[in-house]
Design a protein around this ligand. Sequence first.
Ligand code: V47
Length: 372
Amino acid sequence: MTPVFQDSRLEPIRQKVEAGKRLDYADGVALYRSPDLLGVGWMANLVRERLHGDHTYFNVNRHLNPTDVCVASCKLCAFGKRARDPKAYTMSLEEVWEKAGHGYSEAVTEFHIVGGLHPELTLDWYCQMLRGLKERYPQVHLKAFTMVEIGYFATRSKLTHREVLIRLRDAGMDSMPGGGAEIFHERVRRIICDHKITGDQWLEVARTAHELGLHSNCTMLYGHIETEEDRVDHLVKLRRLQDDTQGFQTFIPLAFHPDNTDLHHIPSTTGFDDIREIAVSRLMLDNIPHIKAYWVMMTPKIAQIAQRFGSDDIDGTLVEERIYHDAGATTSQNLRRGDLMRLIREAGREPVERDTLYRPVERTENVFTVLV
Ligand code: V47
C-alpha cells in the first residue's frame, strides 16, 4: 500500500520512482531539502527491493594500508602524515605480505588496499607488493588503489593513467575501491583537498579503468562545507559516467569525521543526514547496482537501519581500519562474520556473503567457495 507523504512536494518524485523514471537535478535537491525522511526512505526502499529483494550483501575482507606518508596534506584527512612525522609509518614489502595473513581466523576473500601518496615508493614497488600478495594468497581478490593514487603514480612515473592501470592490473590488481572522489566541485575541492587530482581527473581515471575491464566503486564525502547542490552535482556526474561504462559496482556515501583534521571545527553529521544520504543516493543513482552503508563510518546501528532506507550492502569484517579511526571514529575496528549476519537478520533482511564482484560465497569452516 502506498503511504501518504507528509511532504506533498515529494508527490511528483514518487510518481517518477513508481514508474521507474530517472530523477533530475531539481528532484535531487528537493529530496535533500525534504524533512520527510520516511517519505524519501519509502521510495528508496521501493527501488532497493526492486533490485535486490531482501538480500543484504557483506564480505569477509581485510584492510591493508601500506603507508600513511602522504604528500597531499588534505584538510579533510587525519590519516596522511608528512614523511618526517615521527608517527608516520611505511611497511616493507615483507611486512605488507605478513600483515595480510595476520590476526583473523576467518579466511578473507578480499584485501582492500589504499595508502598515502608516498614521495619515494615506486610503481615497481607497488607491482611487487601485488605480485607477492597474489603468490601468497592466490584466492584473495585485490581491490587496490584509489583513482587519486593512480593519478599520483602516473605523475611520478611519467606514464599515462592507462599505462599505470595496465601495469597494476597485470601485477594482480583485480578491481578498485571508490575513495578519493570527495566532492567533485572545484570550489569545494580547493578547500578540502587542494593537492589531489581534480574531480574531472578522478572521473577520467575511473573511465579508463572501466575501459580496461576493471570494476570499481565510487564514493562521496559529505557533511563538511559542501551544499546540497554540490552533492546532487556529484551524484549526477557519477551517474553520467556509469551510463557510458557500467563499471561502478557500488556507491558508498562517506560521512566526514572531523576529529584530528584541519576542519575539526565542523560538527559531525547526524543520524538523520546519514540515513537521508543513503536514501537520496539510491534514488538518484538508478544505474549503480549497490549502495553500501559502511558500518565503520555510520556505526553498525545506523548501517543496520540503512538496510530499510535504500542500502543493500554493509561492507565487511575489515580486521583493522585506520582512516576513520585516525579521524576519531569510535566504532570497533572489526566485526566478525556472525556479527554482520545478526545485524542484517535483525533488520529483516537475508544476509548474503559475497566476494568483491558480488558472486555468492559458500563456506564450510574456514574454506570458502565462490559460486559462479
Ligand atoms: O578516500 C578521509 C575518506 C576515503 C576522512 O570502495 C574521510 O568499498 C571521513 O574510500 N572523514 C577512504 N572520510 C575510505 C573509502 C572506502 C571505505 C569503505 C569501502 C570502500 C570501497 C571505500 O575516506 C578517502 C576519503 O574520501 N576520508 N578522511 C575523514 N576525516
